[in-house]
Every structure is written in C-alpha cells, then in structure tokens.
Design a protein around this ligand. Sequence first.
Ligand code: PRP
Ligand code: URA
Length: 209
Amino acid sequence: MSKLTILDHPLLKHKLSIIRDKDTGTNEFRKIVTEISQLMCYEVCRDLELEEFELETPLETTTGYRLAGKKLGLVPILRAGLGMVDGMLSLIPSAKVGHIGMYRDHDTLKPVPYYAKLPNDVEERNIFVLDPMLATGGSSLDAIQELKDQGCKSIRLICIVGAPEGVKAVQEAHPDVDIYLAALDRELNDLAYILPGLGDAGDRLFGTK
Ligand code: PRP
Ligand code: URA
C-alpha cells in the first residue's frame, strides 16, 4: 500500500481556507495556490537524498550538503496542475517540467487525454505529479500510467485536496506511488466534485467560469 501523507500545518490550513472560500477571486486564488505548493514542496522533499562535500566559509572549512540521487521532474496535469508549478520551482529550480493534458468528460466523468510532453530522461528522474484536485482519481491514474509507460519508476502524487475515493483508487492501482495532500475531504457529490472542496480548480485558477 502506498503511503498517504496529509500535511498538517497551520499555514497550510489557513491558506487552504482562503482558496476554499467562494468569494476569493482568480488573482488571489492563483497566488495562494502558488504559496501552498511551495509549502507542500518543502515537506514532500523532506526525505530527499543528500551528499556531503567540503566547503570554505569565510572563517573555516566545514561540511556542506547538496541534493544527490535521482534528479527531479515536475509533471503538472493540465490545466489546474499548472498552478502548482511556480511554487514548486521556486524551491527546486533545476527540476525539469513535463506536461500531461487531460480533462474530465462532463457526462462520463472519465479523463480525456489530449497532450503529453515529458523530459527525454523522464525514466531516470524522481517525478512529482501535480494536480490540485484528486477526486475520482481518474486523471491521476491515467497520468501515472502514462509516466510508467514511459519507464518512470519513482513517482509521487501531490494534490492540494483529495477525496477518499481518489486516494483509494490510486493506492489500489499504484501501491508504489506515495500521495501527499494538504487536506483529505469528506466525499464526492453526484457530479464527482469534492465536498467541501473548493469548486473547479481550473476555472478558479484561470477565471474561465
Ligand atoms: C480537474 C482537476 C483534476 C481532475 C480531478 O480537472 O484539475 O485533473 O479534475 O478529477 P478526477 O480525480 O475525478 O479525475 P478538469 O477535468 O476539470 O480539467 P481542467 O484542469 O482542464 O479544468
Ligand atoms: N475537479 C475539480 O476541479 N474540482 C473537484 O471538486 C473535482 C474535480
């Protein structure tokens, strides 16, 4: 079974409440999603490998540390995953960024893929899949499968809000993929929107409603 980590931090709870609020406008929504992504990145990277090296401070020689092991890759699921990229890159600027495009068909609620462009060496990287919403899990499942089909062996799924249904679907299909959430919400409604949720993340980020 993959690990589910719900990041429990007062700053995350505070900021998440701002984007849940229906009166928060696009500008503020986008800014807070960036800040939440930055805070999440800090926690998701907690167990990354380090190597030691010797460095000179202005006063003496000491041990320095730098990230080692696999290089990082970010793969936002379009559209809403795009909102998480800048916050992540602000802390891990050398990560390469791939894109997977899919939208949920409003009738079937199944994801419809329309785009995929990944770094050439994606199979050698530690990949963070980014999507603010994990609802039925259909979009994340397809994105993870696409990455595995391209040879990826190390994948983490980072979503801001998740529903129990989506978490279960990912854990069952991909027990090797750890999931990170800022909140695990109650349930899905009849249209597979997360409750209490924050509405349609793509529309709220890009002002398309
Ligand atoms: C939203 C969201 C996820 C997906 C989650 O995207 O950003 O990708 O729904 O739902 P699921 O877990 O049931 O698949 P949407 O389909 O609205 O596309 P958009 O980002 O282009 O608006
Ligand atoms: N996609 C969203 O953007 N919001 C939800 O609540 C569910 C899927």
